[in-house]
Write a protein that binds this ligand. Structure first.
Ligand SMILES: [Zn+2]
Length: 136
């Protein structure tokens, strides 16, 4: 963490918050290619009875083959990754995670900015209307 969130809660300064947001934007601009999802190794059986993967006592399955899974606009997708691209995709998955966490920080800082700028009263929890139960 680059800065102390607790300090800003007690003494938020708009200029400070703006600087931190600028830093986040710079870090996002410096990210390489990104890709959502996660990759997992898969081990498979080919079905050939003479193959080592079908050995009755010590089967050695084929693999690992890497499968990428991600959801985009509600649509889940699963694909096998070319062996020579596994590391490249890993880097993109890492960059995507970094991207998302930077966005989360940006949102948190923006809410703090708004808290300083827009509101005349301290935050209230929204009232949940729980009708008082009558005891007969
Ligand atoms: Zn096999």
């Amino acid at each position: 963490m680059l800065y102390n969130i607790a300090d800003m809660k007690t003494n938020p300064s708009l200029r400070q918050l703006g600087r931190q947001i600028d830093q986040i934007k710079e870090q996002i601009a410096g990210l390489g290619p990104i890709h959502p999802g996660s990759m997992s190794p898969q081990y498979q059986v080919c079905g050939n009875p003479a193959c080592k993967c079908m050995h009755p006592k010590q089967p050695q399955r084929h693999g690992p083959y890497y499968k990428l899974a991600y959801v985009y606009r509600g649509k889940p997708t699963c694909r096998f990754v070319r062996a020579d691209c596994v590391q490249m995709l890993k880097d993109r998955l890492d960059a995507y995670k970094r991207f998302r966490s930077l966005i989360d920080e940006w949102i948190a800082l923006s809410i703090q900015q708004g808290t300083v700028q827009f509101f005349s009263q301290p935050a209230k929890k929204p009232r949940t209307s729980t009708p008082s139960k009558r005891t007969a």
